[in-house]
Design a binder for this molecule. Structure first.
Ligand SMILES: NC(=O)c1ccc[n+]([C@@H]2O[C@H](COP(=O)([O-])OP(=O)(O)OC[C@H]3O[C@@H](n4cnc5c(N)ncnc54)[C@H](O)[C@@H]3O)[C@@H](O)[C@H]2O)c1
Length: 281
């Protein structure tokens, strides 16, 4: 329970899904949390993003663990907002040790139909947003003088080509380049930087009708976000080596915890796949 005692972590996209799971898992191990989320929709994203109520639920669950939390609505696309949010979190919680750059979006189209807005929102959120959070945090990690860890959420889509996801894959591969350079640059400060690469994860990004129809264009069954039909699960299962259609957010949180804690103290510059073997198919 004490792997992260006396540590402070900032988690983006913390209102729901993997970000909520990561924030709670780190808090279970003793970390106080700066929880960032946009809490509103983006026009080019074809499913609802998190709400203020979602962020409040994350906050309540961390507080129930006895940890402190500073929840801030901020857009990772906006450098000034992210910097102000991180500064405020450090001011209130006293320091910063861990950065989990998890906020992200997805949208789907073949290359010829990716609109300028889709491309720009994708790069602004999934790549520039990661950069913004890392840059806003670096000074605090260095000044803290105790090293630190950054875990950047990429995707299996950085390792394999996926139709309808070129803009997403480009952003997620860019995160790898960012991670590798940061790992070299920050190593003298004992700050480790790694990426995690999940396959499909059971979160609202996956469990919505638009995503279902990408994998099952002729979907006939009723859309059930808790228990999707085999028409959807089958094609998703075929992407993985292990016989599962998707993994749970908690599976990724264990990887994040390993990389963020001293259990991974000499691990830096790596791409940790939590992908049910999708990249080796
Ligand atoms: N779900 C999957 O299948 C899957 C697979 C591989 C990688 N990923 C990645 O995992 C990360 C987490 O996604 P998830 O599965 O939890 O999805 P999700 O949609 O449930 O959560 C994403 C969170 O990010 C927030 N967000 C989006 N844009 C933002 C912005 N501009 N500023 C601040 N917050 C913003 C959303 O409000 C939401 O709370 C993303 O980077 C995603 O690309 C997801």
């Amino acid at each position: 329970m004490d792997l992260l005692k006396d540590k402070v972590a900032v988690v983006s996209g913390a209102a729901r899904g993997q970000g909520r799971s990561h924030a709670i898992r780190l808090a279970e191990e003793g970390a106080d949390i700066v929880a960032l989320d946009l809490c509103s929709d983006i026009a080019s994203v074809p499913y609802p993003l998190a709400t203020g109520a979602d962020l409040a639920e994350t906050t309540a669950r961390i507080e129930r663990l006895g940890r402190r939390v500073v929840a801030i609505e901020a857009d990772v696309r906006d450098h000034a907002s992210v910097t102000a949010a991180v500064d405020r979190g450090v001011q209130e919680l006293g320091r910063l040790d861990i950065v989990v750059a998890n906020a992200g979006i997805v949208s789907y189209a073949v290359v010829s139909e990716v609109s300028v807005d889709m491309w720009q929102d994708m790069i602004a959120t999934n790549l520039t947003g990661v950069w913004n959070l890392c840059q806003a945090s670096t000074r605090h990690l260095v000044d803290g003088g105790r090293g630190g860890a950054m875990v950047l959420t990429s995707s299996s889509a950085a390792h394999v080509g996926v139709a309808h996801l070129a803009h997403y894959s480009a952003a997620k591969a860019g995160v790898v380049g960012l991670m590798q350079s940061l790992a070299v640059e920050l190593a003298p400060h004992r700050i480790r930087v790694n990426t995690v690469h999940p396959t499909a994860v059971n979160t609202p990004m996956l469990q919505n009708e638009v995503t279902y129809r990408l994998f099952a264009p002729g979907l006939t069954a009723a859309v059930d976000p808790v228990s999707p039909p085999e028409e959807v699960a089958g094609p998703l299962r075929s992407l993985n080596s292990l016989p599962v259609p998707w993994i749970e957010a908690s599976d990724v949180s264990e990887a994040v915890l390993y990389l963020a804690s001293d259990r991974g103290r000499y691990v830096t510059g790596t791409q940790l796949r939590v992908d049910a073997g999708s990249a080796v198919r």
